[in-house]
Design a protein around this ligand. Structure first.
Ligand code: ZN
Length: 263
């Protein structure tokens, strides 16, 4: 059996329903037009389902959304998660209000807090701890939660970034250059590199479950090797680098997109 056949039989059939949530006038989540291939569509449907995206986004208040946006906008500027006081300055809310809104975002799994529940340590796609996925934004280097998050970061911020990661199986460095303000794939190496989006979700925290099985591999062969050893029978989608970018763009571009002025 070839590698391609193995993936085909392992991938779950994509359900037909395409979730779409209106974040603000003219901005829908996810950005389905970014998806131009069947594997990417299947992976996105499965990720949104595993994440419970519909429930997590429903009823998001204006205050929560302002704080959510402020966290994502501040991250690249300061190179780590902002403090409650920094968010209070940025948003104009009192620190106590920010704390309450951040707690709400954490229950939606949009923000990760440390054990004491008072310090922000991550907000998709970024996380303060070292991961295998680093995103270079000029001088600043941020850690992304997973391969899809890393690929979507440039499009979310509207800038060209460089993603540095490694093969989950053998550790070979993987480097991906973005172009067209993060919307298109530039050069990447090795040229056989692929993305695996495994599907699992537990404990209301994608960072500890879903993200751990979304990784880069230097080749199809090493993806097979890793799956056989670590995730035999585990569900997921094998994506080309471009298909991985499609999924990253669909999830992350809407998160900071401005409302359409014409609506
Ligand atoms: Zn490898």
């Amino acid at each position: 059996m070839t590698a391609a056949e193995t993936f085909e039989t392992a991938a779950p059939a994509a359900p037909g329903r395409r979730l779409e949530i209106s974040l603000r006038p003219g901005v829908a989540f996810p950005d389905w037009p970014a998806i131009t291939s069947e594997p990417a569509a299947g992976a996105l449907v499965a990720i949104l389902e595993a994440f419970g995206a519909e429930t997590r986004w429903s009823g998001l208040g204006d205050g929560e959304d302002r704080v959510r946006r402020a966290i994502l906008e501040t991250y690249p500027r300061i190179g780590h998660a902002p403090s409650i006081d920094e968010l209070a300055l940025t948003t104009g809310f009192a620190p106590g209000q920010v704390r309450g809104l951040v707690a709400k975002l954490a229950t939606r799994d949009m923000v990760i807090l440390d054990r004491d529940g008072a310090t922000i340590t991550g907000a998709y796609p970024f996380v303060d701890r070292d991961t295998e996925h680093r995103v270079h934004l000029g001088e600043t280097v941020l850690n992304a939660m997973c391969a899809i998050d890393a690929l979507g970061t440039g499009a979310m911020l509207g800038i060209d970034v460089i993603v540095e990661s490694s093969c989950r199986s053998c550790g070979t460095p993987i480097r991906v250059q973005m172009r067209e303000k993060g919307a298109a794939l530039g050069d990447y190496a090795p040229t056989d590199a692929v993305v695996w989006t495994g599907i699992q979700y537990a404990n209301s925290c994608a960072a500890d479950s879903l993200c751990t099985v979304m990784a880069f591999f230097c080749s199809d062969q090493h993806l097979v090797t890793w799956r056989d050893a670590k995730h035999p029978g585990g569900k997921g989608f094998r994506l080309s680098m471009d298909q991985g970018l499609q999924v990253g763009k669909a999830i992350f571009t809407p998160l900071l997109a401005a409302a359409s002025a014409n609506l």
